[in-house]
Design a protein around this ligand. Structure first.
Ligand SMILES: [Mg+2]
Length: 146
């Protein structure tokens, strides 16, 4: 089966980090989008059919946790991987309880990042697949065929 590249949105207020991350992911074949704030992240999500958001927790203005809550409210199926520092793992845990798939410690290691992205992508695919099947079933029932 041909693997369709995931659409990944990287959100971080550190522009250098976003650039480096974006370059690495593009090399692995993903379609990468970027944003430098929570607000811009939501704008991007409204424009693009994003699969996975890699979201920095510590950002000025709307922080990562606030942004995560908004993402899950508006796009519950989109998977989120949080970016955090060694001192703030508890916040990442809180984020996972709010629906984030996982977290990555900064500076994120390429292999670790690839593995978690793959997992997030897979979970989204499976979720969408179950929704499609349920929709088909609902349609059939409505048609009186079952
Ligand atoms: Mg930051």
């Amino acid at each position: 089966m041909i693997r369709i590249p995931a659409k990944v949105l990287i959100v971080d207020d550190e522009k250098d980090f976003v650039e480096m991350f974006s370059l690495r992911l593009t090399e692995t074949g993903e379609r990468v989008f970027t944003a430098n704030s929570g607000q811009k992240c939501l704008e991007k999500l409204a424009q693009e059919n994003i699969d996975v958001v890699v979201l920095d927790i510590k950002m000025p203005g709307m922080d990562g946790i606030e942004t995560l809550k908004e993402i899950k409210k508006r796009y519950p199926i989109v998977e989120v991987i949080l970016l955090t520092g060694h001192g703030a793992i508890e916040t990442a845990v809180d984020g996972m309880k709010l629906g984030a798939y996982d977290y990555l410690l900064k500076p994120a290691d390429s292999k670790e990042m690839a593995k978690k992205l793959e997992g997030a992508r897979k979970r989204k695919d499976e979720h969408e697949d179950r929704i499609r099947k349920a929709e088909q079933k609902a349609l059939l029932r409505r048609g009186g065929n079952i």
